[in-house]
Design a protein around this ligand. Sequence first.
Ligand code: MRU
Length: 372
Amino acid sequence: MSLIPIRWLTQSYNATGSDEDALPRLALLDQRLLPGETREIELRDADGVARAITDMVVRGAPAIGIAAAYGVALEAVRAAHEGGAWGARLEAACEVLAASRPTAVNLFWALDRMRTVIAAHATRELAPHEALLREAVRIHEQDLEDNLRMAEFGAQVIAASLSTDTPHCEVMTHCNTGALATGGHGTALGVIRTAYAQGLISRVHVNETRPWWQGARLTAWELVQEKIPARLAVEGAASLIMQSRDGDGDVRWLIVGADRIAANGDTANKIGTFSLAVQARAHGVKVMVVAPLATFDASLDSGAAIPIETRDADELRQAGNRRIAPDEIEVFNPVFDVTPHEYIDAIVTEHGVVESPDSDSVGALLGRAQRR
Ligand code: MRU
């Protein structure tokens, strides 16, 4: 079964000469159907990719950014194929993609990179589809490389927290931050994969992640396929699990991803992350956030300004085809929350680890990364 969420499908084509059916398409593994069904959908333009992001065919901060970059490349291929003025068309494509989801900053970061390529080719007669595809592929490949670096750094942090008496530990994770959410390997789940391979983790506690079940449907699926010992529970069981020190729990780390990290380290991630971090603090469990620099938004001093997406009420009123709440009930369905930096023990990036993050330490990391 494929764990590749995003594939660029190219036959041999010539943007100006091929017929329309031969133009490239973007294949997205439809994450709404997992784990029951593995089916890809194929998209031909930026509108289609934007709809797929809004509808959660593809989700997870890095994967959304990668898909959006390919969406711009798809639109450029079509613009070159159809000929004529292309600048306004590609800007409109960037705008529709930027409106697809509000919280994960990786989306806007990837579109900024695509806009830079567009600007560098502004005087060309044909839309710069080859340069845009190259940039999308670079964003995709860079994400995988970053994940592998973060996985090593994160595993080192876990190793340093263990002792000869306790050579391995159990960890808890929330939402899905694995290969499905990224260019491959994963952020938080990437650290877990690598630390497990190094013998540092004995079991993973997976929260089901209401209301969209990313934990139950996606993380559990990835872990089962990799044969990593894992146990699924409702978020409400988190304190009970963290409290246990009898070998039926013994969780030492809560390891999560991020959708946007402000300049002071405040971190937006899947709804429920903040309450898990509070519970972790109460039970002496450490909190690790794993995210590439593309997830940082240095323009925001704190997490208070991070836009929080709210989604359709039916995600709560309905379970599959069954109505589980009255139609008349008012529903609040925010899908992210912000964990204040004081609750985070370490932020792991591809440029290194920030312990006890705050404005100074996050600023120093971003400054160091810029100078490289
Ligand atoms: O609503 P989703 O499924 O896109 O939310 C995903 C998360 O919150 C992840 O934890 C985050 O994007 C990091 S993915 C590497």
